[in-house]
Design a protein around this ligand. Sequence first.
Ligand code: ZN
Length: 306
Amino acid sequence: MESQFKNLQQLLDFFKDEQICKDWYENQRWGGHIACPHCGNAGKIYRTNRGFKCGEKLCGKKFTVISGTIFENTKVSLRIWFGAMYLISTSKKGVSSLQLAEQLGVTQKTAWFLNHRIRAMLTDSASESFGDVVQIDETLVGGLNKNRHADKKHKNTQGGKGKSIVFGARSITGKVKTLVIPNTEIATILPVVQKWIDKGSIMVTDEARQYHLSLDADFFHVSINHSEGQYSSGCFTTNNMENFWSTFKRGIIGIYHYVSPQHLQRYATEFEYRYNNRQDTGVEKFETAVKGADSKRLTYDTLTGK
Ligand SMILES: [Zn+2]
């Protein structure tokens, strides 16, 4: 079944009933090799009236095409889930729950829930190497102080009232990774950098912050001194990372208005996803989103902290 749609209406026409959604998703999820979500058995699987039964003697459990996915145990139809995934994954800046509710004809509570679950799923799990040249930078998000730029230059950002710090790295191939961090201490930043980036890489940063010095042992460090009006050094620049931050912040202010610190990583990951998939077609973005549906599940309780 070839999926080709250029807008929400075409997608909803394509997925016109639940059976079509289930058949399509079965193929997406297992591609003809059905695996039991309880025990992983991919051998003998029986089809039943309502789904499947595991043929493995010690398991023998029943399951459906949505068992173990984010679609499980929700009253929302797959058609609406797919519509929401399409809108969220193909939107350039993000979709508010209000827009989602209007376009899909669901309540705002349902839209909010779908929005959060889908965002959590959009984690870019690509573990590809960052390559030889990496820009790293951090930014402050939220809080009451309007003078963000001056504050950004402040060495110890820990005291920024109500602000959250997001650390980010960008490869020369244009992939971005982000992490919300509690402070910019060396002990916080260094393990992240060491985990993400190969030793011996060229590390491009802007003005010297305390942690940069400790990077010099493992990386070739190029520092761009913005406070002296410098914006690039030879072919090295941190402009791309800064462009990412400004899109991210405009997105939060323009679409979501306010993001509570507990949800910030999910929003950052969402923007990361958008940025890293910006060259893909709408259908590709949608299919990538759907692929993430059986990896992670987020319950309403987790979301609301109950
Ligand atoms: Zn099983």
